[in-house]
Design a protein around this ligand. Structure first.
Ligand code: CU
Length: 285
């Protein structure tokens, strides 16, 4: 009997404590937490700050273009997508027209015609889906206004002791944003949003002044510069930096998925972010 009751109580305690911690991290509705998105793609990262409204603008993969890597929904991005899709359709129909002889028959293989037509239909469908599901016409500016003050960058700056609500998305395959020094990671899964709450408590500068970090980097610099000397290159100093990297084997350049992370003072952060353009500012250029 005692072998049943004692483990049962012990396990119940562990499970309840674990569940409480899990809920604190995953379903934390702290309104002071700043919302920041990290977006994964093969092979790199985007960081999106939610701006003064602390709300990320909506996004949809159908709007992803070279100039809108996260598919953020704004009136301009919708129009840009139409222009891109129409352009692709025009290009293909020109190729098809130019592939006909004087009798109006194709002189290229029919398999090639089929694949061009298929491609063209795909672009048309994509435009139709944007028109029917995303584009709300003159209401776009009010419905999607949360995106206006969002800021897109490719590094992660965090304010020390500021609570954050991190959001993760992926463009293509499952990635795993991981900040090893903070012992935190979360899968970024295509088609859904994941996230957690956390508060960075040790700044980059403080980390650099820790004896064990100094000792560790002394060694790194020694090895690094021995190598540079061997190669006949200029010596350099490597300093501690937090890093966010991918912890899921996601493809050939998986190991390139690194992004610098800075934990700094609010003043430093504000100076840094004030030099970045918001989505609305970029759109009006
Ligand atoms: Cu990855």
């Amino acid at each position: 009997m005692v072998w049943t009751i004692v483990p049962a109580i012990a396990l119940a305690a562990i499970v309840i404590y674990g569940l409480k911690t899990w809920n604190d991290i995953m379903f934390n509705n702290d309104e002071d937490a700043k919302v920041v998105e990290v977006y994964a793609f093969q092979f790199g990262w985007w960081t999106r700050y939610s701006g003064d409204d602390n709300t990320l603008g909506k996004a949809d993969y159908k709007l992803i273009t070279a100039t809108n890597p996260l598919g953020v929904i704004t009136d301009k991005n919708i129009k840009d997508s139409y222009a891109f899709l129409d352009g692709e359709v025009d290009k293909i129909s020109t190729i098809l027209e130019d592939s006909k002889n004087d009798n109006g028959e194709y002189f290229i293989p029919s398999s090639q015609v089929d694949s061009l037509v298929e491609k063209m239909e795909r672009y048309k469908r994509q435009k139709y889906r944007i028109q029917s599901g995303i584009d709300k016409g003159h209401l776009n500016d009010s419905i999607y206004k949360a995106a206006n003050d969002d800021v897109l960058v490719q590094e992660l700056h965090l304010v020390k002791d500021q609570p954050y609500a991190m959001k993760f998305r992926s463009k293509d395959v499952i990635h795993c944003p991981w900040i090893p020094h903070m012992r935190m990671q979360m899968n970024a899964v295509p088609g859904m949003e994941t996230g957690f709450n956390f508060t960075p408590t040790v700044s980059t500068v403080e980390m650099r002044s820790k004896p064990e970090v100094i000792e560790h980097y002394k060694n790194i610099n020694k090895i690094h510069n021995e190598r540079l000397n061997r190669l006949g290159e200029q010596e350099e100093k490597v300093e501690f930096n937090y890093i966010l990297m991918c912890n899921k084997i996601c493809g050939a350049a998986h190991s390139n998925m690194k992004m610098d992370v800075y934990v700094e003072t609010a003043e430093e952060f504000n100076t840094w972010i004030s030099e970045k353009k918001t989505i609305a500012q970029k759109a009006s250029q």
